[in-house]
Design a protein around this ligand. Structure first.
Ligand code: C5P
Length: 300
C-alpha cells in the first residue's frame, strides 16, 4: 500500500508578539498562523518489517535519528503499538531555517498520513499529544485551521481569515531560531492582545484597507528587529522592498519575509516588479503563494 504525493504546506505568522517567558525557557507568544500554498510532498510505502526508512531530500548534516519525519513516525509507532513500518520519501520545496515551518509541517503530515496508512485510528487530539514534543510549530499543522495561537504557540482558537495572496521572499543566509529567541535585546513584554479584539477587527472589514501589516495593534513581529540588527543581508532586502513601496513582514524567526495582497494577480505583478527592480543579489528566491482556507489534510 502507498500514499503518494501527500502535501505538507508552509505557514506564515501574520503577526508574532512575545508576551513573556516560561520557566522552561520557551517564550509565551501570541500569533496568527495561516497556511499557504507552498508545499513539500511526501510519499509513504507500507513496510511489514516495522522499519522506518527515509529517502529523498534531507537536511545536510542531520543524523537520521534527528530527522523530524523519522521521529514523528517512531512516535506514532510507539503510541499505537503497530508492528508496521514505512518507506518515506520527501520532496522539499519549503526552505529550512526560513520561518515557514517546513520541517514541522513534514512531521505533522507524517503523523496524519501514517495514522491512515497503518490504520491506527488515533484521534486528532491523540496526534496533537505526539506532535507537541516534536517542536513548537508542529501542533498547528495537526490543528489544521488558520488560528490565533497563544502559550508556546500551541493553544489554538480558530479564526476565519479573508482570501489573500502573498509574495514570500527568502533572503540570502538562514537564521537560527534559538539564537534569535535567546537574544538579550528581544522584547519579551508585549502587552497581550485579547482575542475578541482581534476577531472584532477582522470582522469589521478594517483589514480590507490596511492589511495586517498596517495595523498598530497586530502590526508586528517582535523577533523582526532582532533579526534585522544581526543579519545585514536581510536588512538590505527589507530596505530594498521599502524603497519600492512594499511593506514586508517577517514570518516566525525568519529568514523569510512576506508582503500581503488582496488578489493573486496583484501578488504576481508585485513579484515581477520586485524581481525587475531589486538590485541583483537582493534575495535568494521569491514565491507567489495564495493563502489556504485550511490545511489540505484537515479532513483526513
Ligand atoms: O520547539 P522548537 O525546537 O521548534 O523551538 C526552537 C527554538 O525556538 C527553541 O529552542 C526555543 O529557543 C525557541 N522557542 C521559544 N519559544 C517558543 C517557540 C520556540 O523560545 N514559543
Amino acid at each position: 500500500m502507498t500514499l503518494y504525493d501527500i502535501p505538507a504546506p508552509a505557514k506564515l505568522n501574520l503577526f508574532l508578539h512575545v508576551t513573556g517567558r516560561r520557566p522552561d525557557g520557551y517564550h509565551v507568544l501570541q500569533t496568527v498562523f495561516r497556511f499557504i500554498d507552498l508545499c513539500d510532498h511526501l510519499h509513504f510505502d507500507l513496510r511489514r518489517d516495522g522499519r522506518i526508512e527515509r529517502e529523498g531530500d534531507t537536511l545536510p548534516g542531520l543524523a537520521p535519528d534527528d530527522d523530524l519525519i523519522v521521529r514523528a513516525a517512531r512516535a506514532l509507532q510507539q503510541a499505537s503499538g503497530t508492528p508496521l513500518g514505512a518507506q518515506i520519501r520527501c520532496v522539499k520545496n519549503i526552505p529550512s531555517g526560513a520561518g515557514l515551518g517546513g520541517g514541522s509541517s513534514d512531521a505533522a503530515t507524517t503523523l496524519i498520513a501514517l495514522n491512515r496508512l497503518w490504520n491506527t485510528g488515533l484521534s486528532r487530539d491523540a496526534l496533537m499529544v505526539l506532535a507537541r514534543p516534536l517542536g513548537a510549530d508542529v501542533p498547528i499543522f495537526i490543528f489544521g485551521q488558520p488560528a490565533f495561537a497563544q502559550g508556546r504557540g500551541d493553544e489554538f482558537t480558530e479564526v476565519a481569515l479573508p482570501e489573500r495572496a502573498y509574495v514570500v521572499l527568502r533572503p540570502h543566509g538562514s537564521v537560527s531560531t534559538a539564537e534569535i529567541f535567546s537574544a538579550p535585546d528581544l522584547t519579551r513584554n508585549t502587552k497581550p492582545v485579547i482575542i475578541s479584539v482581534f476577531a472584532h477587527w477582522l470582522a469589521s472589514g478594517a483589514q480590507e484597507i490596511d492589511g495586517l501589516a498596517g495595523n498598530s495593534l497586530f502590526g508586528r513581529n517582535d523577533l523582526e528587529p532582532v533579526v534585522l540588527s544581526r543579519y545585514e543581508s536581510i536588512r538590505q532586502m527589507v530596505c530594498g522592498l521599502q524603497k519600492q513601496g512594499f511593506r514586508a513582514r517577517m514570518t516566525g524567526s525568519g529568514s523569510c519575509f512576506f508582503v500581503e495582497f488582496n488578489t493573486q494577480e496583484q501578488a504576481s505583478r508585485a513579484r515581477q516588479e520586485i524581481s525587475s527592480k531589486m538590485l541583483e543579489g537582493g534575495y535568494e528566491s521569491a514565491w507567489v503563494c495564495p493563502g489556504l482556507p485550511q490545511h489540505p489534510l484537515r479532513h483526513w
